[in-house]
Write a protein that binds this ligand. Sequence first.
Ligand code: AHN
Ligand code: ZN
Length: 330
Amino acid sequence: MKNLLLIILTLSFFILSSCEQQGKTKKAKPKAKKAVVVPAFNADSAYAFVQRQVDFGPRVPGTPAHQACANWLAEKLQVYGDTVIIQAFRARTYDMVARNGKNLVASFSPEKKKRVLLLSHWDSRPFADHDPDPAKHRTPIDAANDGASGVGILLEMARQFHLRQPDVGVDIVLFDLEDWGPPTDLNMYKEEYWGLGAQYWSKNPHVYGYTATFGILLDMVGAKDAVFPKEYYSRQYARYVVDLVWYTALKLGYGSTFLNQDGGGATDDHVFVNRIANIPTIDIIHLDTESANHSFFEHWHTTSDNMDQIDKKTLGIVGEVLMSVVYNED
Ligand code: AHN
Ligand code: ZN
């Protein structure tokens, strides 16, 4: 009897101590950095996606070109994405007119809990209010860079996600009605007149209770020799995302495009995503202090924002950096 008790005690000691050992080794094991193969971003494909949008003509909400482009974008997203949601909404512009917009949402691995949000706007500004020719200040723009460039990059990324899913879940949201802010000459600037699609989505995300680990907005990411200083609101709201993206670019050899330099603020879609949806979101935006009257890319809100400004090399740099960021998440 005494012997049996001794055996039981000895056995349970070893069982317990081996359990503890297992637990210890598990805990002590450092989290190994995963070996990642990042698929190659195809800049020719991204360029073709930009061209295709511009070919519709200015995608101004309420026009046939806008409607036709929405159909084409939805079609592409349905091919590449696991789920697609078309979020139709109405929003009032500065002139008190209620307008119809459509945010387009494509989700990849929608079942995954950890998610990255990729953003751009697909509408075209109805007014070339910064054109050197005042006669053109109410002319709609091609918006090759201010709109189509970011969408082109995201469509190419969607194509890549479809070929090989990243470890993290991804949502691509193409916002509408970003660029219907009041023409400068009316002198009625207000933050809330911009980013109407982003404001709507941030208040009514495509999935109830939706959130993401972080978000990245692309705006004017296709011009020749584009530079991206660290935009002000991105630094305020999502410093670690700025650091992650700019460090990734530096490692890939793109430190002369993603400048290690603080930039001014842009009243862009990411401001609303940060404030209303509470998702830390940065804006990769072409800021240029040399531009006349504004601090954006040279041909911002002019009739020259057309295909002549689009450079495959810039699309390729931004695409490669973003692919690296997304495929390195787990
Ligand atoms: C302003 O800061 C007024 N506009 C930046 C947002 C924007 C317009 N991006 C492209 N077009
Ligand atoms: Zn614009």
